[in-house]
Design a protein around this ligand. Structure first.
Ligand code: GRG
Length: 271
């Protein structure tokens, strides 16, 4: 119940902040602005909520991390818009609605993805001391680049028909999905004023739950881990990683409870 209220409250804050931080749908040229807003509709907001929860776990104020949390959700939306394009996964639907390129055309979808990434980076730099801003920007650059999400996406694209093995699958999961989730936590810790050791522990927690997030995705879709192991094996691995993740919350005491609950939510999610 407490978690449900927490999620509702934080989703409300994030969605309200979007209306403040983004150009309105009517602003010229409206096609791209409508596409931006459309791409954000219906997301669970897991990453920005993790950022806000990490900020609170180190004793920080939510308003310090809110613009960056929104920036991270925009960056996540960029990855989804581009991932759905015909040259990538070629998906006509996302969150039960036509994907952005189906609704607005390929050129606008490509540019909407670029805009989400670019505006997202701007939001990362809205709050904090200059030193924190540099750290946050570097963290996201690393998490999204070829040693992070994009590297994972390329490794997956190149799998195409080749035999799947565990090291490759682990690389894909930890990079394509895990890197942005781990960065979401680290950014919350940095902007919340966490000490270096606390920020490092949040990052490690994030790496484990990011990996779990993708294994659970495999369980939902019957892919990846479910093909290498069976469903039960994949479930056991997800549980093991969640327990590992929680060992990195010890130093936060009761302030880490929400993060532990979010780890369980990721483990037990069904969509
Ligand atoms: C195209 C640059 C580029 C990168 C693509 C992250 C990614 C790499 C592609 C997204 C497609 C995908 C299936 C990623 C796996 C991670 C995942 C399950 C994303 C969906 O995240 P949720 O469930 O989405 O948090 P919502 O809809 O809630 O925002």
């Amino acid at each position: 119940m407490r978690l449900k209220r927490y999620l509702e409250e934080k989703r409300g804050l994030i969605d309200k902040a979007f209306t403040e931080f983004l150009p309105s749908q009517e602003e010229y040229p409206p096609s791209i602005h409508r596409a931006l807003h459309y791409s954000l509709e219906g997301g669970k907001r897991i990453r920005p909520i993790l950022t806000l929860a990490a900020c609170e776990a180190v004793g920080g104020k939510v308003k310090e991390a809110l613009p960056a949390a929104c920036g991270i959700e925009l960056i996540h939306a960029f990855s989804l818009v581009h991932d759905d394009l015909p040259c990538m996964d070629n998906d006509d639907f996302r969150r039960g609605q036509p994907s952005v390129h189906k609704k607005f055309g390929e050129a606008v979808a490509l540019l909407a993805g670029d805009a989400l990434l670019t505006i997202g980076f701007g939001l990362l730099l809205k709050k904090g001391t200059p030193a924190k801003k540099v750290q946050v920007a570097q963290e996201l650059s690393r998490a999204i680049g070829t040693r992070g999400m994009i590297g994972g996406q390329v490794a997956e694209l190149e799998l195409n028909g080749k035999e799947l093995d565990l090291p490759k699958l682990e690389y894909i999961h930890t990079h394509k999905t895990g890197a942005l989730i781990a960065a979401s936590l680290k950014v919350g810790g940095i902007l919340g004023g966490g000490r270096p050791k606390e920020v490092e522990e949040l990052f490690k927690f994030g790496e484990y739950i990011g990996f779990t997030f993708q294994i659970v995705d495999d369980i939902i879709d019957g892919e990846g881990y479910c093909l290498l192991f069976d469903r039960k094996g994949a479930e056991r691995e997800a549980e093991r990683l969640t327990l590992k993740a929680k060992t990195h919350l010890k130093r936060f005491g009761t302030r880490g409870e929400i993060l532990a609950n979010l780890a369980d939510l990721i483990l037990h999610r069904t969509q």
